[in-house]
Design a protein around this ligand. Structure first.
Ligand SMILES: Nc1c(NC[C@H](O)[C@H](O)[C@H](O)CO)[nH]c(=O)[nH]c1=O
Ligand SMILES: CC(=O)[C@@H](O)COP(=O)(O)O
Length: 160
């Protein structure tokens, strides 16, 4: 189902585990920061709405989405977090750089999920236009940051 048919911000709190005892890391790319700040707001508001304590959420910034993998890895290795949310916005330009950044970032985050015991949530928008990014970071299609926060809570709860 495409995003246009599913609002990213809709969730039923009755189906979400309480996150009061969970610790989260959030790594935020500074590229396209108007978009990534919107994604961060969606994520932090949802974590708190689902019971997480503000003092149990650690935020780090990295230069771009390509650096999200390293930031998440360092977060896992140095902070006692139960899950990491990796937030980025990659927008197509004139060259192939978009494809390489998207592929490397997705693969790097997947590698962390396979290689560590800490879930890392892929909250990276990969849009053709700024309008698509705006629509998915608190616009007409909701906020992928909200979706990512819900995924993080569910993954921490998995197997508990
Ligand atoms: N063009 C975008 C980038 N490019 C920067 C890379 O992510 C990386 O920081 C650089 O190649 C140095 O390693 N990053 C985004 O997050 N979004 C873009 O649209
Ligand atoms: C995703 C990117 O790196 C891209 O926005 C850079 O733009 P360009 O391909 O025009 O150099």
């Amino acid at each position: 189902m495409a995003t246009v048919n599913k609002n990213l911000s809709v969730y039923d709190k009755a189906t979400i585990p309480n996150a009061k005892d969970f610790r989260f890391g959030i790594v935020v790319s500074e590229w396209n920061d108007t978009i990534t700040e919107g994604l961060y707001q969606g994520a932090i508001e949802t974590l708190l709405d689902c019971g997480a304590k503000e003092e149990n959420v650690i935020r780090w910034n990295v230069p771009g989405s390509f650096e999200l993998t390293y930031g998440a890895k360092k977060m896992i290795n140095t902070q006692k977090v139960d899950a990491v949310i990796a937030i980025g916005s990659v927008i197509k330009g004139e060259t192939m750089h978009f494809e390489f950044v998207c592929e490397a970032t997705a693969q790097g985050i997947m590698d962390l999920n396979v290689g560590t015991d800490t879930p890392v949530i892929f909250c990276v928008l990969t849009d053709n236009t700024m309008d698509q990014a705006i629509a998915r970071s608190g616009g007409e299609h909701g906020n992928k940051g909200t979706e990512a926060a819900i995924a993080a809570i569910k993954m921490v709860h998995l197997g508990r």
